[in-house]
Design a protein around this ligand. Structure first.
Ligand SMILES: Nc1ncnc2c1ncn2[C@@H]1O[C@H](COP(=O)(O)OP(=O)(O)O)[C@@H](O)[C@H]1O
Ligand SMILES: [Mg+2]
Length: 337
């Protein structure tokens, strides 16, 4: 059988640079080598590209300082001639926000995962919420502010009450996010979030369980069972996500009622379809600990993807191995465009 040539794109310009390298190494190990021939494209933290033969165990971070061009002509040539499909295993800005998807579209190369529009929409916590609200999916109350806006703090306090969560609109990985309990913290939190973005969202804080659903597919997407994250910190912040030595727990399946499971799956698929997702996304929810009310928090178009991450684990629970999941995503990418 002729092998399909896949280009794995890894590293990238976000805080999840190292995670991306680690994950890509796992993908190289797990991918079906009888079916796929793998080509590797590394992107350093500043956006410079290079071809790799392997992802060695000691490769932690990429830095191609003395390279002249960000994407040398040889790379553009290689992308167009050496591979049939790309797999951007990149999280956060420049990987998960539609930018690289637009580049692949321009070059006419099919790729795994969400396209430009859905990636960009899901990256923006403000637009995601506005769209979800329109189609009747519950989201937390929130206010979006731009840098020069006059902020009505009193109204915020009246409508949302403390604690609130302050977030840069386009980021991820919990960077720049703070939980605030009073006016002083609110002001500081907003100033801090504006260091990362020109648009900041302030949300009512929910005392919540965090539930997640894995969605896979193009036009008839399937939803997995529901998993629960029990963060090791007060909330699922950057430290808890990446540096707690696995103290945050993943519980699969989550111990919630059948009614809640069905509702979350339904919302997940509806949101996925409505925002135009393809390939994969992990849809994250809050469940109010007291009232049981469900809120859709966000849609991650490139969720954590190590073999131990929630997304692959949820599919494993459904009987889809990591190797099969990679295969499915590549095949979905080939079909999509
Ligand atoms: N409105 C909220 N109420 C309660 N907890 C929240 C709220 N917003 C965020 N959090 C906490 O902060 C974490 C990160 O926020 P999230 O919106 O998921 O951003 P990111 O895109 O960085 O993952 C969540 O997993 C949760 O623990
Ligand atoms: Mg999140």
């Amino acid at each position: 059988m002729k092998k399909i040539k896949v280009g794995l794109v890894f590293g990238g310009q976000s805080e999840e640079h190292e995670i991306s390298i680690m994950t890509s190494r796992e993908i190289v190990k797990a991918i079906d080598k009888d079916k796929y021939e793998i080509h590797l494209y590394g992107i350093d933290r500043k956006g410079y590209w290079k071809v790799f033969d392997e992802i060695g165990d000691d490769l932690k971070t990429l830095n191609f300082d003395r390279q002249k061009d960000k994407i040398p002509g040889s790379i553009i040539e290689s992308l167009q001639n050496d591979v049939e499909v790309l797999f951007p295993l990149l999280h956060g800005p420049y990987g998960e926000d539609g930018k690289i998807q637009g580049l692949f579209d321009m070059l006419g190369i099919p790729f795994a995962g969400c396209g430009l529009m859905s990636s960009a929409l899901c990256m923006d916590k403000d637009y995601t919420k506005k769209l979800l609200d329109k189609i009747g999916i519950p989201v937390t109350k929130s206010v979006t502010i731009l840098k020069n806006d006059v902020i009505d703090f009193e109204k915020m306090e009246m409508e949302m009450g403390y604690p609130m969560f302050v977030k840069p609109v386009n980021l991820g990985s919990s960077i720049g996010i703070s939980k605030v309990r009073n006016l002083k913290e609110l002001v500081n939190g907003i100033n801090d979030a504006f260091r990362y973005d020109f648009k900041v969202i302030v949300e009512e804080g929910i005392d919540a369980r965090e539930l997640e659903c894995a969605v896979l597919g193009n036009e008839n997407p399937q939803a997995s069972t529901i998993g629960e994250i029990i963060p090791s910190h007060e909330f699922y912040d950057y430290e808890a996500k990446y540096f707690d030595d696995g103290k945050s727990q993943l519980i699969i399946p989550a111990g919630v009622s059948q009614k809640h499971i069905e509702m979350i799956k339904e919302y997940s698929i509806k949101a996925y379809v409505e925002l135009g997702c393809s390939g994969l996304s992990r849809v994250d929810f809050f469940m109010d600990k007291k009232t049981g009310k469900i809120y859709l928090n966000e849609i991650n178009t490139m969720p954590g993807f190590t073999p131990f991450s929630m997304y692959p684990q949820l599919w494993k629970h459904e009987g889809v191995s990591y190797t099969d999941l990679i295969d499915r995503l590549i095949q979905l990418g080939l079909k999509e465009r």
